[in-house]
Design a protein around this ligand. Structure first.
Ligand code: NAP
Ligand code: G4F
Length: 395
């Protein structure tokens, strides 16, 4: 059968009978697939393919879980590394040799345009989520050129790959860009919303401003379905250990069990609007399900200091943060973002999105998880095993 899809495109279509065990309630018996296996919606059933850059990161792992639970085939782009870097995906890893595996990993890098286009050509996705980044603000001062190349030019490389793929194959792909509240930097109003002017304060923030505007530009120039989520800080037990919340909760677990004496921090008076990463990836997905692409602030609307987060985390195990924290100026930044607080009313209104986890619950969840990790480490240490040393490069 040939099915007209838009003015310039005619697709070969085949019918596929769905085995009973994979059928949704009241779903159809047969779905239609194009010769590229692109999804065509019919009734309640869709078969969608998504590519995620940054799949090995905190958000990448939560988003993968979400998309798999929605029936997607997920393709992650990972960097080749001399050691394993897929720890956050281990619990959902699927052997690609197994029939029906829906999680696939491809080598690629945001700094390599050819490789990106190659993966897009192979997968022919419906949606692309660009989460890959050198995402550490302090590190971006030490590695500004690399950060800009990955975060800013990397986004442009990906958009260019998508644009040329769309031109050749006539298939439109929905695109999500991981914009950041760091773009507000020296904030021009409180709280920050979609219309608040940007004033970035780090190479990372400047790079994110470029990737934000270039995404908007491709949407307006080439009629692409490209949306930016301006996400405020979001954390979880899977957060990288050099971001401040995880650095704190790791220390709480280790101090509680007598494995560490002090916690060295930088500016503990800065304020952040912290939410839970699991809630935030839902907002990413919702943005790409809208008929029209747009940009959204995603935040809890509540802001507390780093100092207060310490009190919550230490307090959860019955300790007083003041007894353990020391200030070390090496963690100060050349220019600081003093406060961030988002107004997510547009996301609530249009996407019907609200965060479920507040900062107290978030701190509790992270401390519990890190206490458990510290217990495992202590068991190993007490049994005479060596633990991996902290190489002292935390930021
Ligand atoms: P993350 O844990 O630091 O993960 C970053 C991911 O990017 C990792 O998978 C990393 O791979 C990958 N990556 C780094 N350089 C790359 C390159 N050159 N090519 C391809 N991939 C590369 O970050 P996250 O917290 O999940 O954040 C996800 C995205 O949202 C990032 O773009 C971040 O800037 C943005 N964001 C985060 C927050 C937040 O609070 N978490 C808020 C706003 C925006 P490796 O594992 O190999 O290093
Ligand atoms: O946890 P942080 O390193 O996160 P930061 O700089 O806000 O950036 C994170 O959120 C952004 C969204 O706004 C993302 F785009 C970005 O990718 C990243 O995920 O630091 C939070 C605050 C800062 O004010 C920092 O100066 O904590 C302060 N801080 C105090 N002591 C510290 C430390 N930060 C770190 N990483 N380490 C410290 O010892």
């Amino acid at each position: 059968m040939r099915l007209p899809r838009n003015d310039c495109e005619v697709l070969e279509v085949i019918g596929v009978k769905i085995p009973n065990k994979f059928k949704h309630n009241n779903g159809p018996d047969v779905i239609l697939l194009t010769h590229h296996s692109h999804s065509i919606e019919q009734g309640a059933t869709t078969l969608k393919k998504a590519i995620i850059t940054g799949i090995t990161g905190q958000d990448g792992s939560y988003l993968t879980e979400l998309l798999l639970s929605k029936g997607y085939e997920v393709h992650g782009i990972i960097r080749r590394s001399s050691s394993f870097n897929t720890e956050r995906l281990d619990h959902i890893y699927q052997d690609p040799h197994e029939k029906g595996a829906r999680l696939h990993l491809h080598y690629g890098d945001l700094n390599d345009a050819n490789g990106l286009l190659d993966v897009i050509r192979k997968v022919q996705p419906d949606e692309v989520y660009n989460l890959g980044a050198q995402s550490h603000v302090r590190v971006s001062f030490d590695q500004p050129v690399y950060t800009v190349d990955t975060v800013a030019t990397g986004t442009l490389r990906l958009l260019e790959s998508l644009r040329s793929f769309q031109e050749i194959f006539g298939k439109s792909i929905r695109f999500y860009q991981a914009s950041s509240s760091e773009m507000y930097g020296k904030v021009q109003e409180i709280p920050q919303k979609e219309t608040t002017p940007f004033y970035p304060r780090s190479p990372y923030g400047c790079a994110k401003v470029f990737s934000h505007w270039i995404t908007v530009n491709y949407r307006e120039s080439y009629n692409m379905h490209a949306s930016c989520g301006i996400l405020f800080n979001h954390e979880s037990p899977r957060r990288g250990e050099t971001f401040v919340t995880r650095k704190i909760t790791r220390a709480v677990g280790r101090i509680k069990l007598g494995m560490q004496k002090k916690l060295y921090l930088g500016n503990i008076d800065s304020q952040r609007d912290w939410g839970f990463a699991g809630d935030y990836v839902e907002a990413m997905w919702l943005m790409l399900q809208q008929p029209k692409a747009d940009d959204y602030v995603i935040s809890t609307g509540k802001m507390i200091t780093v100092r207060k987060f310490c009190e919550l985390a230490f307090g959860h195990v019955g300790l007083d943060a003041k007894d353990f924290i020391e200030i070390d100026p090496r963690y100060f930044r050349p220019a600081e973002v003093e406060q961030l607080q988002g107004d997510a009313s547009k996301a609530k209104k249009v996407l019907n999105w609200t965060p479920k986890v507040g900062v107290e619950e978030l701190a509790r969840m992270m401390v519990e998880s890190d206490l458990e990790q510290a217990r495992r480490e202590k068991t190993l240490r007490d049994a005479g095993h060596e633990l991996p040393a902290n190489s002292g490069h935390d930021q």
